[in-house]
Write a protein that binds this ligand. Structure first.
Ligand code: NAP
Length: 459
């Protein structure tokens, strides 16, 4: 019997989409077709592949009006934010723009006697496992450079956002990518692991939870499959005494609450210099109290439901436990009569400490704990007291100090006076349990290709 996946909409719990899962034998056949088709794709000029990816991006842009409500139904983001096309396009275009240079041969010697150079060659078939929280942007981070570099791509998107995988691959095909070179597949975890374990892919890029990353690493053990693992986070903010407090409160509350806190680099804990702690809190409470929690299809809604009821329940449990242990919630429940089920009101907690789960484990929801600190040394120790390391956001007017503090933080990205943003020119990466590897930037191309050395003696 064919197994099916069901996308339950967080809007009302209804089944929004249902798709048949691909059985293992069909998945193996799809892999074989992709591998057979990849060399001809890799033989095309880089500029041609980049142009096709740009055309696909434009096609997604043309469909944006349909995509925005579709996203609201699948994962709950309010329609007022207009979808992900801006970031999707920015990332794909940047990777297309730098492709010729990033993939150019590294010439060591061109003389009468020798030609010596290092070429970047595609891995072959790349599996992209993508999450639902920014389903277009997280997927394109790997798909665009993988294809431009000459790989074939198989996309296994999240069960919460099955239409996204279909739309991306359809656009790529309509733009000119041969059918077998880019494929959308609906796979169970077991089938995914079986394929990885059989060495079906030369590279796997997984974006998702730590548990999922571990399962992928286990599946790949002994196959020497290249892995990029972009996993969870517990990203800190640090507000120094010289910060612009309005900007810090605006930026950090947006970083904590946007997308109902379901951002990999969302702000989950904040350390504030004691001299500005109280005024900072006041500003944060004022901002967060204005959120409008409700149906994401309503243009007035600023905060939609979380993608699944169980995600909201996890955040409720972390919050309740913290409050039972002495934390104080600053946001008045009465302001959010729509709270319940997948719809979770935003919350700011003070009087928290690092013994509480809400300050240690990923919440991936609209709650943030705020603590006062005496200065840089204490803030650095607190920021580093975490199993994760994705981004850290520092608020100050002193760039030298931000760089100095940033040097001491175990993190993938240091932000000053901003947060929750992926700059496609910089490497997207993490340390500790946030995973390993390099996405976007010139280093993203290095991850999606392998070096091949040519040592040609002419005489
Ligand atoms: P998840 O459960 O790990 O799912 C993410 C993707 O991985 C989905 O496509 C999921 O498929 C698939 N997956 C999970 N376990 C798998 C397994 N054992 N075998 C094969 N596929 C598997 O993560 P999530 O809760 O949906 O997403 C939120 C998490 O992603 C958070 O921890 C967040 O921090 C992280 N994230 C990190 C980044 C980053 O750049 N570091 C970016 C975005 C999100 P199904 O949907 O079919 O289960």
């Amino acid at each position: 019997m064919t197994e099916t996946l069901k996308c339950l909409s967080p809007v009302d719990g209804s089944v929004y989409a249902e798709r048949a899962l691909m059985p293992l034998d069909e998945a193996r056949a799809a892999v074989a077709r992709a591998r057979a088709a990849q060399p001809a794709w890799a033989a095309r000029p880089i500029a041609e592949r980049a142009e096709i990816v740009r055309r696909a991006v434009a096609l997604i842009g043309e469909a944006n009006d349909e995509i925005v409500p579709e996203l609201a139904w699948q994962m709950g983001r309010p329609v007022r934010y207009g979808g992900e096309f801006r970031g999707f396009q920015e990332r794909a275009h940047y990777m297309a723009d730098i492709s010729a240079d990033a993939l150019a041969d590294l010439r060591i010697e061109d003389s009468a006697a020798f030609s010596r150079y290092i070429r970047r060659v595609p891995h072959g078939l790349v599996l992209v496992v993508a999450p639902w929280n920014y389903p277009y942007m997280t997927a394109i981070n790997t798909i665009a450079p993988a294809l431009i570099a000459g790989n074939a791509v198989m996309l296994k998107h999240a069960s919460q956002t099955p239409l996204v995988g279909e739309r991306i691959i359809c656009a790529l095909r309509d733009a000119g990518v041969p059918g077998d070179v880019a494929q959308n597949v609906f796979l169970s975890h077991d089938t995914t692991s079986a394929l990885i374990g059989a060495g079906a892919f030369q590279f796997v890029n997984f974006t998702g939870s730590v548990g999922g990353g571990k399962a992928i690493e286990r599946a790949a053990a002994g196959t020497f499959t290249g892995l990029g693992l972009e996993l969870g986070g517990k990203d800190p903010g640090y507000v120094m005494e010289d910060a612009d407090l309005d900007a810090a409160a605006d930026g950090l509350m947006d970083g904590a609450m946007f997308n109902s806190g379901q951002c990999c680099c969302g702000i989950e804990r904040i350390y504030v210099h004691e001299s500005v702690y109280e005024p900072f809190l006041e500003k944060c409470v004022e901002i967060v109290s204005k959120a409008r929690l409700g149906n994401p299809l309503d243009p007035e809604t600023t905060m939609g439901p979380m993608a699944q009821v169980r995600f909201a329940d996890l955040v409720r449990a972390q919050t309740d436990e913290a409050v039972a242990a002495g934390a104080k919630p600053l946001i008045d429940r009465a302001l959010f009569p729509t709270d319940g089920g997948a719809y979770l009101m935003p919350q700011i907690l003070v009087d928290v400490d690092h013994s509480m789960r809400v300050m240690r484990e990923e919440s991936f929801g609209p709650v943030v704990g705020i603590m006062r600190v005496k200065g840089d040394a204490e803030a650095i120790a607190m920021m580093n007291d975490s199993e994760f390391g994705l981004t850290a956001s520092l608020w100050t007017r002193d760039a030298d100090r931000a760089a100095r503090v940033g040097d001491a933080i175990e993190t993938g990205t240091v932000f000053m006076n901003r947060c929750d943003y992926l700059d496609p020119a910089l490497c997207w990466t993490g340390c500790k349990n946030t995973g390993r590897g390099a996405g976007l930037s010139v280093l993203g191309y290095h991850a999606l290709t392998r070096p091949k050395s040519y040592h040609l003696k002419k005489a």
